[in-house]
Design a protein around this ligand. Structure first.
Ligand SMILES: Nc1ncnc2c1ncn2[C@@H]1O[C@H](COP(=O)(O)OP(=O)(O)O)[C@@H](O)[C@H]1O
Ligand code: SF4
Ligand SMILES: [Mg+2]
Length: 347
């Protein structure tokens, strides 16, 4: 039995919806080290789910495993299922996955230049994304490319379509990447720190277009960030990852105001989000003691126990997943894996 966060979504989900993305018992390993352990993750149509945790927690590996983009030397086991596609994506050939990527599932990563061809005009790149995946003829694709650049808020989209990536600002480039990601109306959009490199006002624009883009398509969103304020803006549900495991999950309103896992409580205390969602002075913030260990160096039992202020000898054994059924969430969508939950009763 997997330990993590599956099941019903937060508020607003329509009854009977099948998951768009259903990840079960995902493990990712090198030859020597387990990098992700027993990750469960379900996202339904129209649902926006955040994945948070410090750098080195396993967030990007989760995204890459879902997208079939793990590099050489990494093996994924478990199940990754996408609505409209039979079987386990982990068992697909690279060719089969490449078709699904950019068609039914699309991505926006931190650095837009990795997704863009520096020698090709951006309008042609958006158009190509549509023709390669067979959703439009060439001339339709060109017209739609300009429309999409307009939709993602590029000023003078006709002009922008003729520009090369280096002629645009970082924020504009990221909007082009979002336009490409949305070009084929994906059912799943995966974003990994899409606005981390952008300044705050541009960040707000890009976040807004990502949210508007997925909402208008009723798509599922997996949104990875270490920025809790961004999750509070963008997402309805949140998963907290540490040491390659999901340690807590639930509706954003629940997890951010009443966290149970000691790691989540530490993250919140170290962020500038107070329980009420207001900001406070950074200088007054406590930090989580210690640093994230390198992969393979997390303790046995609870992966957080060498940094946890509440740890006891019991934490040398693996804490079981405890569902939280309150706040109207489903039985297992919401829960945590901690023996001595913050704010809760001692178990
Ligand atoms: N290809 C790889 N080979 C070995 N270790 C890796 C590889 N990719 C990532 N890791 C390790 O896995 C852990 C999680 O990485 P990552 O998913 O990138 O974390 P995050 O995105 O949360 O910052 C890190 O310790 C990282 O060094
Ligand atoms: S299980 Fe123990 S070590 Fe882990 S977070 Fe809870 S109290 Fe801390
Ligand atoms: Mg990352």
């Amino acid at each position: 039995m997997s330990t993590a966060a599956t099941g019903a979504a937060g508020a607003g989900r329509r009854a009977g919806d099948e998951p768009v993305l259903d990840v079960r018992g995902l493990h990712v390993r090198t030859r020597h080290t387990e990098l992700l352990s027993d990750v469960d993750l379900t996202i339904r149509r129209g649902e926006r789910v955040g994945l948070i945790g410090e750098s080195g927690s396993g967030k990007s590996l989760t995204a890459l495993a879902v997208l079939g983009l793990l590099g050489e030397g990494l093996t994924a086991t478990g199940g990754v299922h996408l609505a409209g596609h039979e079987g386990n994506l982990l068992e697909r050939s690279e060719g089969g996955l490449a078709r699904i990527r950019g068609d039914d599932m699309a991505m926006v990563f931190q650095e837009p230049m990795t997704a863009l061809n520096p020698t090709m005009r951006v309008g042609a790149q958006v158009a190509e994304a549509m023709t390669v995946h067979g959703s439009a003829s060439r001339s339709q694709a060109r017209r739609r490319a300009v429309d999409l650049l307009d939709q993602v808020g590029l000023p003078d989209p006709e002009h922008a379509a003729r520009a090369y990536p280096h002629q645009l600002s970082g924020g504009q480039r990221q909007r082009v990447v979002a336009a490409i990601a949305l070009a084929n109306d994906p059912v799943l959009l995966v974003c990994d720190e899409p606005t981390t490199a952008l300044d705050v006002t541009v960040q707000a624009l890009v976040l807004d277009l990502i949210v508007t883009g997925v909402q208008s398509r009723d798509a599922a969103l997996l949104f990875i960030t270490h920025d809790l304020a961004v999750v509070a803006t963008v997402c309805e549900r949140v998963l907290v990852m540490y040491g390659g495991r999901i340690v807590e999950a639930g509706p954003v309103g629940q997890v951010f105001t009443d966290p149970r896992h000691q790691y989540t409580a530490g993250l919140l205390a170290a962020s500038d989000l107070t329980a009420a969602g207001a900001r406070r002075e950074r200088s007054a913030l406590p930090t989580i003691p210690g640093t994230v260990p390198p992969a393979g160096r997390f303790p046995d039992g609870c992966v957080f126990r060498n940094r946890c202020p509440a740890a006891t000898g019991q934490c040398a054994t693996r804490p079981p997943w405890t569902p939280r059924g309150d706040h109207g969430a489903g039985e297992t969508a919401s829960g945590y894996a901690c023996f001595y939950p913050a704010g809760g009763e001692l178990r």
